[in-house]
Write a protein that binds this ligand. Sequence first.
Ligand code: 5GP
Ligand code: ZN
Length: 114
Amino acid sequence: MTDCIFCRIAAGEIPVKTILETDSLLAFHDLNPVAPHHALVIPRRHIATLDAATPEDADVLGELLLAGAEVARLLGCAETGYRSVINCNQDGGQSVYHLHLHIIGGRALSWPPG
Ligand code: 5GP
Ligand code: ZN
């Protein structure tokens, strides 16, 4: 039993709308989407933040980015465009401390972020 919500999602203890899954990753729809398309890609293995990642995590980090691009294609927003985001720690706006990649698309996004 863990109190990490994304570890519990990866273990199948909390239902999500899955988009794709591999041995090392899971992608699913965000519970509170900020755009018409908003997905999260998580490593199954617990890594708290991008800052906590180590060289041993290099493979899974690469897989995470590639899976994010695949998720955008599956959602149909790859050609129109999307934002891939990893929020890190407090000032980065991270609220769940299990590394995750946001894939956000389906509308024009402003820059810089707030
Ligand atoms: P962060 O703010 O940490 O970068 O992003 C965390 C994201 O996880 C938020 O967009 C939030 O809506 C999403 N989230 C939090 N809890 C759940 C959950 O139980 N299920 C799903 N599908 N998304 C969640
Ligand atoms: Zn976790």
